[in-house]
Design a protein around this ligand. Structure first.
Ligand code: G
Ligand code: G
Ligand code: MN
Ligand code: NA
Length: 254
């Protein structure tokens, strides 16, 4: 079957699910929050990562329905964890730029939060620079309304788009996530360290938090901590994982 039709069916049959990856204080190893990352439990092909279908979802407009499901699932999961006495911290969800053309987005987010008892501050959104905001006025209005609901904004993959600095000024995010391109060799290359240091300095001057993505080794972790970048995410601490696996680790941490 053609992938587009399959994805449409998958949305109807509820074959999409969220995995979660921890955001960590690398100085102590403590978990501070989670990022929700979508997966597709394909009936024949097994568990598919977003690289197999997010682009198609964006091209076909299915990303809108997919996006609603992500918001709903993240809010429902947060409610389940809280009911079980677990405290995952803030949950970040990835949104596509196309969702920022939907005037109904804030109301639907508010509705999901209300139904699941999600409080302001418990949800964050991640937006990548590269996919960002064509119809800027509408997008900024929607962003403002999401902020009024208590959602904070992270700029994802920071440093890889071509208008990184303009976006910082325009969007005033709470957090920027340094792309793993700068993390991969941060322990061995002075130029990467200089770039990370510059991003940290700029962010500090604007009161923006910084988190490093894609941390896989102790050496990368330590080099980043030495630069002052202690908020980190990556396979070293936690792979994106299914809820069942993660719930046990949340229990241990609480
Ligand atoms: O999990 P993985 O590394 O394969 O994710 C690849 C990309 O898919 C990342 O850029 C991530 O931001 C994006 N992604 C993951 N989950 C979602 C989601 O729920 N919605 C959108 N729009 N993108 C997502
Ligand atoms: O674009 P975004 O940052 O949302 O993408 C997150 C993606 O990065 C997810 O697909 C996740 O699986 C992947 N990821 C998370 N941690 C690591 C890591 O330590 N190394 C690598 N290579 N990928 C990672
Ligand atoms: Mn992300
Ligand atoms: Na990212």
């Amino acid at each position: 079957m053609e992938l587009e039709r399959e994805l449409k069916l998958a949305l109807e049959r509820d074959e999409l699910l969220l995995h979660y990856q921890a955001l960590v204080d690398a100085r102590t190893g403590e978990w501070r929050g989670l990022e929700a990352l979508i997966r597709w439990q394909h009936p024949q092909r097994g568990l598919l990562p977003p690289g197999h279908f997010i682009e198609l979802a964006e091209e076909t407009g299915l990303i809108l329905e997919l996006g609603w499901q992500v918001i709903e699932k993240a809010c429902a999961q947060l409610a389940r964890w809280k009911a079980a006495g677990r405290h995952p911290g803030q949950i970040a969800i990835n949104l596509s730029a196309l969702q920022f053309r939907e005037q109904g987005l804030p109301d639907r987010v508010a509705d999901a939060m209300r139904r699941h008892g999600v409080r302001p501050g418990e949800l964050a959104i991640e937006l990548t620079e590269s996919t960002l905001l064509r119809d800027t006025d509408t997008a900024l209005q929607i962003l403002t309304r999401l902020r009024d609901l208590g959602l904070s904004l992270s700029v994802d993959d920071f440093g890889t788009g071509y208008s990184s600095l303009a976006y910082l000024k325009l969007l005033r995010p709470a957090r920027l996530k340094i792309d793993r391109a700068f993390v991969r060799e941060v322990d061995t290359r002075a130029d990467d360290r200089a770039l990370v240091q510059a991003m940290l300095g700029m962010a500090a001057a604007l009161s923006i938090d910084v988190i490093a993505e894609g941390v896989e080794t102790d050496a990368q972790r330590d080099a980043l901590v030495a630069l002052g970048c202690w908020q980190q995410q990556g396979y070293l601490f936690c792979r994106p994982q299914a809820v069942d696996v993660l719930t046990d680790r949340l229990a241990a941490w609480t």
